[in-house]
Design a protein around this ligand. Structure first.
Ligand code: UD1
Length: 367
């Protein structure tokens, strides 16, 4: 029996893992188990995703919680090492770029347990982002590199990764999105009539944790709210900042601040939106697949396929005119759900989980 252990910890990990776990549960002679580090622990940031993605409860929960980067990463490493020493999986699978990803990859490498990285090779080249550090180090440690878009292979090859370690699989997060759309019977965009909906998500430390930058963004959102209905599901990190900043307190009445949404509710808002304003990596990808214009409040993206797809504009290419860019994006026209040729060429077709599962089994049996 091939023992495969998935390590997840933060909200976006769950959507990336679900299709892989599902594909492996129907593969003969494979045992697929889930370890949750507890990096995210609020019910709305974690448990509800297991329900909405129809995942079983995690086999192991470390319950590590929040802390500084060192505290969180170290806590996961200590708990994870104990688990793998007793369970001895054949393959550890890590997802994305969060602290849980890095911690599990480090422990696996030191213990000589083969590690596979789903969403390998993405690069923003911005070392100020904790996620970029996590991505680069994880890819150096992982022995199987599963990439979601062509830039992933290019970056890994440039860094000297062995060509045989890289597999282009498509994007498993898009599988989760495609299954949800099929379950809800959503085949086309249904923009909300009237003033038009602008959906906002914001949680990056570079936007939220610096008072001046945060106030600039909140003021921009306040201006957008004059002409549009804004819905802003607020990440816990951002909620703390809104409560403590002067402009946050002043403008909070104009922004419809809501708790983090469950996955189906969030997807329905994306499908209805005239525009998405975000700093999330996953939302840039989901909006591209849905054909919803997206304004990304960052100076770089590690997901250039979303820019090539024509749906995503990065703030650094707005020449300082966020309002004008938002208006142009809203007025643009975009391919229908799942119809973007750039994404199709990268196999964003709802079958990536099967390809990742096949690659994992081949890899596990060869180790
Ligand atoms: C983490 C990831 C980020 C990912 C994001 C998705 C890292 C370095 N960052 O950022 O890449 O895009 O998750 O959401 O791994 N908190 C709660 N409840 C929770 C989770 C967090 O209240 O369930 C609060 C805590 O006070 C914590 C803060 O939010 O200090 C930030 O949480 P943390 O996991 O450190 O980073 P995220 O900003 O969520």
């Amino acid at each position: 029996m091939l023992q495969i252990l998935h390590v997840v910890g933060a909200r976006p990990n769950f959507m990336k893992m679900a299709p892989v776990h599902q594909a492996l549960t129907t593969t003969p002679s494979v045992q697929s188990r889930i370890l949750h580090t507890g990096q995210h622990y609020d019910r709305l940031m974690s448990d509800v995703f297991f329900e909405d993605l129809r995942l079983p409860l995690p086999d192991v929960s470390l319950g590590v919680g929040s802390g500084s980067h060192a505290e969180q990463t170290a806590g996961i490493m200590i708990g994870f090492e104990k688990q793998v020493l007793s369970a001895r999986p054949d393959v550890v699978v890590v997802y994305g770029d969060v602290n849980s990803t890095l911690a599990a990859a480090l422990v696996s490498a030191k213990l000589g347990i083969p590690c596979a990285h789903v969403e390998a090779g993405l690069r923003s080249s911005d070392w100020a982002m904790p996620e970029e550090v996590n991505r680069v180090v994880t890819d150096r440690l992982a022995r199987l590199l599963l990439v979601t878009e062509p830039s992933g292979r290019r970056n890994l090859e440039r860094e000297g990764a062995a060509a045989g370690a890289i597999v282009e699989t498509g994007n498993t997060m898009i599988d989760s999105l495609a299954s949800l759309l099929a379950r809800e019977g959503i085949t086309a965009r249904r923009p909300r009539p009237g003033r038009g909906l602008v959906l906002v998500t914001l949680h990056r430390p570079s936007n939220v944790d610096h008072a001046g930058r945060f106030e600039t963004i909140i003021s921009f959102l306040g201006t957008l709210a004059e002409d549009h209905d804004l819905v802003f599901p607020v990440h816990p990190r951002t909620r703390n900042q809104i409560e403590s900043s002067a402009v946050g307190k002043r403008l909070k009445g104009r922004l419809e601040l809501v708790e983090p949404l469950r996955y189906p509710a969030f997807v329905r808002r994306m499908v209805e939106a005239a525009l998405i304003v975000t700093d999330s990596g996953g939302v840039q990808e989901e909006s591209a697949y849905l054909g919803v214009p997206c304004l990304t409040l960052r100076s770089t993206t590690e997901r250039p396929i979303t820019v090539d797809a024509g749906t995503n504009i990065i703030e650094s290419s707005c020449a300082g005119d966020l309002g004008g860019t938002a208006r142009r994006l809203i007025a643009g026209s975009y391919p229908g759900i799942g119809e973007n040729p750039v994404l199709r060429a990268a196999h964003w077709d709802g079958r990536a989980g099967e390809r990742v599962a096949e690659a994992l089994v081949r890899f596990g049996r060869s180790c």
